[in-house]
Design a protein around this ligand. Structure first.
Ligand SMILES: NC(=O)c1ccc[n+]([C@@H]2O[C@H](COP(=O)([O-])OP(=O)(O)OC[C@H]3O[C@@H](n4cnc5c(N)ncnc54)[C@H](OP(=O)(O)O)[C@@H]3O)[C@@H](O)[C@H]2O)c1
Length: 385
């Protein structure tokens, strides 16, 4: 294994080759990339897509046997390392230009990987949807360090948040003085093991939204949303855009919604009484162990059948409102396609370094360019003020 100082020396030479354009640090196209957490449900989908596209990622994970099995199945190189020590991770990334980090829940895995990516000057992408993980990745400190290192830090390149982030960007372009942004999506979606564990981690904390620029805990909010087939009662949920849409648009008030009938709303309100219990590590570990035994993630047939209707609405201080929609493939299909599309972009293009959202990096039409997605179809303007 190459030592850390040797790795830094080699990387520094490559860093000096980075261009600076209009005062913004620009990273050169990548050559090598890695999928970490490779034996997980989503990582395998991403690796399979990479193979379909003729790409050759190095697969990695903490378990050598599981990682080797996936790599041998797909014909890729592999390596095993844990995420306990950022310096060891950095050494394992010394010859890697970009990592697609898929080992979640990311509450435990994102910070050490970002730290290592900054040391190794490796672009960082992940498929998180966790608000605190986004807030860390978009902090001034990480953004400045990423610019200094000449790398992109871009969490959330899965379904959470690619399509909603693209809608948010489209909406701020249509209504530049928007002060409020509501986003939402509708579609029956079976979940993967990692998603189920992440949901469990958040069950005890209620709903978060952004108010006056700050991420805050809010009482459940209910509104009607037309995802494309008429109005549906919907409730607020803690989706990643509460963090990321702020960095994409600058809009200071952001809420995300899911459709919910009266029974669901009653259950969520009842759940508040159980929050202290649901936060207990022993309770979380028990539920997570049941998930490991029982949750497998959607089959290819289910993924092919389930589309998602995504909606967004921005309004300004005078009550002017713009709304937009997009239909996407199943969430896990979007999570499979988007990271590989980003890698293909990075293999050919220079990008601006720093903390990025998917829509800032790839443009508002990124989600529409993914197989199975529509254009951003409907943008209506009305004045409700
Ligand atoms: N943005 C989105 O829309 C989206 C979509 C899909 C998934 N996700 C998120 O992606 C994550 C993965 O979900 P999944 O269902 O695909 O995964 P999964 O099948 O549960 O597999 C998780 C992977 O992460 C590894 N891992 C977990 N904790 C780790 C740690 N502390 N150190 C090193 N490796 C660790 C596991 O390794 P072992 O096998 O060794 O345990 C495994 O390789 C979840 O957080 C999920 O919420 C997001």
């Amino acid at each position: 294994m190459i030592g850390y100082s040797e790795s830094l020396g080699r990387r520094f030479e490559s860093y000096r080759a980075h261009h600076f354009l209009f005062g913004k640090p620009i990273a050169m196209p990548i050559r090598s990339w890695m999928i970490y957490g490779a034996n997980g449900y989503s990582a395998q989908l991403i690796a399979e897509r990479a193979r379909e596209r003729g790409l050759t990622p190095i697969l990695a994970g903490r378990n050598p046997d599981k990682t080797r099995a996936i790599a041998e199945r797909l014909g890729f190189d592999w390596r095993a390392f844990s995420l306990d020590d950022p310096q060891v991770i950095a050494e394992s990334l010394n010859d890697i230009d970009a990592v697609i980090h898929c080992a979640g829940p990311f509450s435990a895995t994102s910070a050490p990987m970002i730290d290592a990516c900054l040391r190794a000057r490796t672009h960082y992408f992940d498929i998180t949807g966790e608000i605190p993980v986004f807030e860390h990745a978009h902090s001034e400190q990480i953004d400045a360090a990423a610019k200094e290192a000449g790398i992109v830090i871009c969490p959330g390149v899965g379904f959470d948040v690619v399509p909603t982030d693209c809608l948010a960007k489209a909406l701020i372009e249509a209504l530049p003085d928007a002060s409020h942004l509501d986003l939402g999506f509708h579609g029956s979606m079976s979940v993967s093991p990692g998603t189920a564990k992440t949901i469990v981690e958040n069950l005890g904390y209620g709903t978060f939204a952004r108010r006056n620029g700050v991420v805050v805990n809010i009482p459940l909010e209910i509104r009607e949303v037309d995802y494309g087939k008429g109005p549906r009662q919907s409730m607020s949920v803690s989706w990643g855009d509460v963090s990321t849409a702020f960095y994409t648009t600058g809009i200071e008030n952001i809420t995300v919604y899911w459709p919910a009938n009266d029974a669901m709303i009653r259950q969520f309100r009842f759940l508040r009484l159980l929050h202290p219990l649901l936060r207990l590590r022993s309770v979380q570990n028990f539920i997570k162990s049941q998930i490991e035994k029982k949750v497998e993630g959607p089959s290819p047939q289910k993924r092919d059948q389930q589309h998602v209707h995504v909606w967004g609405e921005a309004r300004n201080a005078t009550g002017k409102t713009v709304s937009a929609r997009i239909i996407t493939a199943n969430g896990y299909t979007v999570t499979q396609l988007a990271p590989v599309a980003i890698v293909e972009h990075l293999l050919q293009h220079q990008v601006i370094a720093g903390s990025m959202t998917p829509a800032l990096l790839m443009g508002k039409d990124f989600a529409s360019r993914l197989d199975g997605s529509s254009e951003i179809t409907e943008t209506e303007l009305r004045n409700s003020g």
